[in-house]
Write a protein that binds this ligand. Structure first.
Ligand SMILES: Nc1ncnc2c1ncn2[C@@H]1O[C@H](COP(=O)(O)OP(=O)(O)OP(=O)(O)O)[C@@H](O)[C@H]1O
Ligand SMILES: [Mg+2]
Length: 251
């Protein structure tokens, strides 16, 4: 069976300074993400990871090239159509959770579901299921300020998944967490991936990258190389294999 790419780009570019020959942003990115894959984007600071993710998600617009998300050429959509499309196709987790501080964890998740105009009962059932899976159901009525950083981030994942997006994207989702909170958040990504969720995650941390299936390496705004994990199940073995590859790229 042919696997459909959820994301496909052609000569994708995003530059920030008009006219000048700046190296900022991303250039000539040709990539594909298949349904069900857990793809990681790695690269040094300033290499263009966030820029790429923002453009792929439709949060930002490309300067050149094409992006097909679930076969839709999103570079052609106007702002309003893009917003609606994104709401139903992309879940986004930011480094800093971005939860609304006046709303409880549960309300933060529900409000995004209600915006999509689904039946309220369906949204409530799915929110309850996600909170249970992400182990925040006992914290449902607390405010974001009343839970830990890892719990906030798990709430942000539930919120990103409430509309059953085709793809879950995350930009350094564990960047502000300690190692045990990070592990728990990454295990949650792995669990939803095991249920079939397509995920694209940016990280600069090789340990976090080991939770994925495939790693894309970006340098100076260009996707240079891809690494696919072998059959190693052990995180230590995966880490060693990934480090060896990264070192070969001058990491
Ligand atoms: N809004 C902007 N205006 C001008 N330049 C920008 C803007 N956003 C990003 N850049 C530049 O584009 C390049 C890529 O930035 P980006 O944020 O994508 O890097 P990154 O790989 O995510 O880095 P980090 O690991 O530090 O988050 C950098 O040189 C950055 O300074
Ligand atoms: Mg970044």
């Amino acid at each position: 069976m042919e696997v459909v790419p959820i994301i496909k780009t052609e000569a994708l570019g995003k530059s920030f300074s008009k006219g000048s020959k700046s190296n900022n942003g991303i250039h000539n990115v040709n990539m594909e993400i298949k349904e069900g894959e857990f793809t990681i984007i790695m690269g040094s600071s300033g290499s263009g990871k966030s820029t790429l993710l923002y453009v792929l998600s439709g949060l930002d617009r490309p300067s050149s090239g094409q992006i097909f998300l679930n076969n839709t050429p999103i570079h052609k959509l106007d702002e309003n159509t893009m917003t609606l499309f994104r709401r139903n196709h992309v879940g986004f987790v930011f480094q800093d959770h971005n939860l609304i501080s006046e709303l409880s964890l549960k309300e933060n998740i529900l409000i995004v579901g209600y915006l999509s105009k689904q039946d309220r009962r369906v949204v409530q059932t799915r929110a309850a299921m996600l909170m249970k899976e992400l182990e925040i159901e006992t914290l449902a009525d607390r405010l974001p300020s009343q839970v830990s950083g890892g719990e906030r981030q798990r709430c942000a994942i539930a919120r990103a998944l409430i509309n059953n997006p085709k793809i879950l994207m995350a930009d350094e989702p564990t960047g502000s967490l300690n190692s045990s909170a990070s592990e728990k958040v990454l295990s949650c990504f792995k669990a939803v991936h095991n249920e079939g969720q397509t995920i694209l995650m940016v990280t600069h941390d090789p340990k976090s990258a080991c939770y994925g299936d495939r790693v894309l390496f970006i340098k100076d705004g260009q996707v240079m190389e891809a690494f696919t994990f072998g059959t190693q199940n052990d995180l230590e073995e995966r880490h060693e294999a990934l480090l060896q590859w990264l070192r070969s790229l001058g990491w």
